[in-house]
Design a protein around this ligand. Structure first.
Ligand SMILES: [Zn+2]
Length: 266
């Protein structure tokens, strides 16, 4: 029941944010249209209107991103259970200054939000007990670290002959744009099979990933970027990226074969 209340609060905040964005855009639109009419430039009206509508659309998306960033920081820093369900993606960024209050080093130089220490260690321990060998390749990443990863990947594409713009688009498919990475929450981990370390689709065929995909929900984790859901998540299939969402949400997401976006109705 607690989760429900928090989710409602969260949705209300998003709705309020959208309302403010709409009001601001509405006022701007009225003022700008009035200016065009007053200045007697009616002949270019339609062209101007299209341009303005585009600008307003961009403004609305900026405002909603700004709201999402603040809502996300509030959720993550709050004392209630809402932190587990924070949504970080391209349209729901996280404030670049956010740092988890309490970091726990699960492996050398691999830290997570201390709130997921127990379920993560239990999951890894049970997997090991089942005869599997894996390790946490990446966990909490700050905004600056994410920027470094993003730039390095983009540089790889450029060196393969891509233009900077195309390299940016290509990089975005596999590396979250800095400020939109779940790794900045401290609630996401990349887990890799010891005997097959490549980050590609075949990683998903290892016994380690097969076990994790089957059991992660029991520990409150989900496979965050499943195959054939890139149009929803904005990120291609990543058989190594697991995200803590709590046991209740993880069970529902697993059973319904949906993404966090779909679960939250975003
Ligand atoms: Zn990841």
């Amino acid at each position: 029941m607690r989760k429900k209340v928090n989710l409602d609060q969260r949705l209300r905040r998003v709705f309020l944010g959208g309302g403010i964005a709409g009001a601001v855009a509405g006022i701007l639109f009225t003022v700008l249209i009035a200016n065009i009419i007053i200045s007697g430039k009616e002949e270019g009206f339609e062209k101007q209107q299209t341009k303005l509508e585009k600008e307003i659309g961009e403004l609305q998306s900026q405002i909603s991103k700004y709201n999402a960033a603040h809502n996300n920081t509030d959720l993550l820093s709050g004392g209630e259970d809402g932190w587990m369900l924070v949504l970080v993606n391209e349209t729901h960024p996280l404030d670049t200054s956010y740092i988890p209050a309490d970091l726990y080093e699960v492996e050398s130089e691999r830290s997570v939000d201390a709130r997921i220490k127990e379920p993560l260690e239990k999951m890894l321990g049970d997997a090991e007990a089942a005869g599997l060998s894996m390790y946490v390749a990446s966990a909490y990443r700050s905004y600056d670290q994410q920027r470094t990863v993003f730039n390095a990947t983009m540089q790889d594409w450029i060196s393969q002959g891509y233009t900077p713009l195309n390299a940016y688009d290509e990089t975005k498919k596999s590396v979250a744009v800095p400020g939109t990475s779940e790794h900045a929450t401290g609630l996401a981990v990349d887990i890799i099979a010891s005997e097959y370390e490549a980050l590609d689709d075949r990683q998903g065929e290892t016994a380690e990933q097969q076990w994790l995909m089957e059991h992660c929900w029991e520990y409150g984790f989900i496979l965050r970027y499943p195959p054939e859901k890139a149009d929803v998540t904005g990120i291609i299939y990543e058989p190594w990226h697991y995200r803590y969402v709590g046991e209740t949400a993880a069970k529902e997401i697993h059973e319904q074969n949906i993404t966090l976006e779909e679960y939250l109705g975003e």
